[in-house]
Design a protein around this ligand. Structure first.
Ligand SMILES: Nc1nc2c(ncn2[C@@H]2O[C@H](COP(=O)(O)OP(=O)(O)O)[C@@H](O)[C@H]2O)c(=O)[nH]1
Ligand SMILES: [Mg+2]
Length: 250
């Protein structure tokens, strides 16, 4: 059963240009990537109540083990080892927070949540992590947006849909939401287009993008979307400083 996820109000528009093409680099894209590159480790915790409260927007990255989450975080932040890209899925069992923004001026936080669905983990561990994650997703005050990473060759699985269900009240309440279809380089262009439209159907027309860490596909668009989400009231990142000094009236 496809899960429909209603989006309230205005969702950030998906770029009108062909989604499969690698975008031209724009000043806004470059500025958003520079912002992502400021990411540094902030803190880690095994449970929600051990996390510090933060006053800035927080974007959580979630997804099944092996979906490509660590690789996507490393690619988006242009840092090799920020999120540990484990060859042994299911090993990272903590909520890891990364601060974004110039040093001393954190203006957003990325949260890397433990991957779920890893078969070799015991049932007790699975249940424990489901509780930690649901607790976080339902209660975390600063949570502003979710990026759900999904390997399009698997599609949205039962676990992803359970997560979407749990999130629905918060999405209806304004939580921003993106499904990132990872490892796009493993699909043909036709398969990419198909995966994208199926996912959009499943998420009720919500935001979905293709991503490849290998080909750097979607990197700039995702960085820009995250920047916009965290700076809803601000101008584009390259337009923060006035381009021209104020005119003096003679
Ligand atoms: N071809 C390809 N492989 C990828 C890509 N992203 C991740 N992978 C591979 O997928 C596997 C799981 O990635 P990882 O980031 O550790 O997944 P996580 O468990 O969700 O954090 C690794 O072997 C990665 O090298 C991608 O964009 N393209
Ligand atoms: Mg990982």
């Amino acid at each position: 059963m496809p899960t429909t996820l209603k989006h309230p109000g205005r969702m950030p528009a998906t770029p009108a240009r062909a989604p499969l093409a690698r975008p031209a680099t724009t000043p806004e894209g470059r500025a958003a990537l520079a912002w992502m590159h400021t990411a540094r480790f902030y803190t880690t915790a095994a449970q929600l109540h051990q996390l510090p409260a933060v006053e800035v927007p927080e974007i959580a990255f979630v997804g099944r083990s092996n979906a490509g989450k660590s690789t996507a975080i490393n690619t988006l932040t242009q840092q090799r080892q920020l999120a540990f890209a484990s060859k042994k899925p299911g090993r990272t069992q903590h909520i890891n927070l990364f601060a974004l923004g110039k040093q001393g001026a954190t203006d957003a936080v990325l949260a890397d949540l433990p991957g779920y669905g890893y078969a070799a983990v015991s049932r007790e561990d699975k249940l424990r992590w489901q509780r930690v994650m649901l607790n976080y997703l339902v209660r975390r005050q600063s949570l502003t947006a979710i990026v759900l990473l999904c390997d399009p060759r698997l599609g949205l699985t039962e676990l992803d849909e359970a997560l979407l269900d749990a999130l629905r009240p918060r999405v209806e309440d304004g939580l921003k939401f993106l499904v990132l279809l990872t490892k796009a380089d493993k699909l043909t262009r036709a398969e990419q287009a198909r995966a994208l439209s199926i996912t959009r159907l499943q998420t009720g027309g919500g935001e979905a993008m293709l991503f490849s860490a290998l080909k750097k596909q979607g990197v700039e668009e995702v960085a820009q979307l995250l920047w916009q989400w965290c700076h809803a009231d601000a101008a584009a990142p390259d337009a923060i400083e006035p381009a021209e000094p104020a005119q003096e009236i003679p």
